[in-house]
Ligand binder design. Structure first.
Ligand code: GLU
Length: 239
């Protein structure tokens, strides 16, 4: 299963993402990682094995926007390099994925024909390269993500941290993703339990819903119907 946890708001987020990933541990994982935006630069920490604090995590820059991931390897071994988030070639964005890109082989062949170079064996890097190719065509990052996500076969959720705008974009299909609405900002995760005491106000998302998160400002749009969706906030009693 594995998991995704993200935050955008006015609080420092490293500790919150770390704790969020700990709460997603029950889903199973073999490696993990965190990306945080600080001064429009993406800073990353990745490791294999148990989610625990070490000197390198202590050195990771903190900031008010970030995404984290627990990986259960499907494509490529359990290595720090293959762990998520995966940075784009020019550090414009970084991406995490839950799921399996079922048409990985044909997409990778297409990219290899275009002379793309890969540094990991993951299906995730294929998503990153496809988005980069759309960016070269002068698409916005948001439109590039939509174009590429629609090409992915299989059950997938991706979350992308944009270094320029500081926004998080995330979209799901068949793999879970929920929002947590708090006073200080917006949370994003694979389940509502991982929000713990941060918030009990949640927004459930449907397949192909894309969220664009900028602190407390959130837009939800279905990428197939292109319709903007109203935020339906549910209050959970058990959080
Ligand atoms: N297929 C991706 C990988 O192997 C993501 C696996 C996951 O859902 O954690 O890295």
């Amino acid at each position: 299963m594995c998991g995704i946890f993200g935050y955008s708001g006015n609080k420092k987020t490293k500790e919150a993402i770390f704790n969020g990933l700990k709460r997603l541990e029950y889903r199973g994982y073999d490696s993990w990682g965190i990306a945080i935006l600080n001064d429009n630069k993406i800073h990353q920490y990745k490791n294999i094995g148990e989610i625990k604090k070490d000197d390198n995590l202590a050195k990771l820059q903190d900031g008010t926007v970030g995404i984290g991931h627990t990986r259960w390897a499907t494509h490529g071994g359990v290595t720090t390099k293959n762990a998520h988030p995966h940075l784009s070639s020019h550090n414009e964005f970084t991406l995490v994925q839950n799921g399996i890109v079922e048409n990985f082989d044909s997409l990778k062949k297409e990219l290899l024909k275009k002379k793309e170079k890969f540094t990991t064996e993951t299906d995730t890097e294929v998503i990153v390269k496809l988005i980069e190719q759309e960016l070269v065509k002068k698409k916005t990052l948001k439109d590039a993500i939509i174009t590429v996500f629609k090409r992915l076969e299989g059950r997938n959720t991706i979350a992308v941290l944009d270094s320029k705008s500081g926004k998080i974009y995330a979209v799901r299909n068949g793999s879970p993703l929920v929002l947590g609405i708090a006073q200080d900002g917006t949370y994003l995760a694979s389940d509502t339990l991982s929000f713990s005491t941060a918030t009990n106000k949640v927004v459930l998302l449907d397949d192909y819903d894309m969220v664009e998160i900028d602190g407390k400002n959130v837009e939800i749009r279905n990428v197939i119907t292109k319709e903007k969706k109203k935020m339906v906030i549910k209050e959970l009693k058990h959080q």
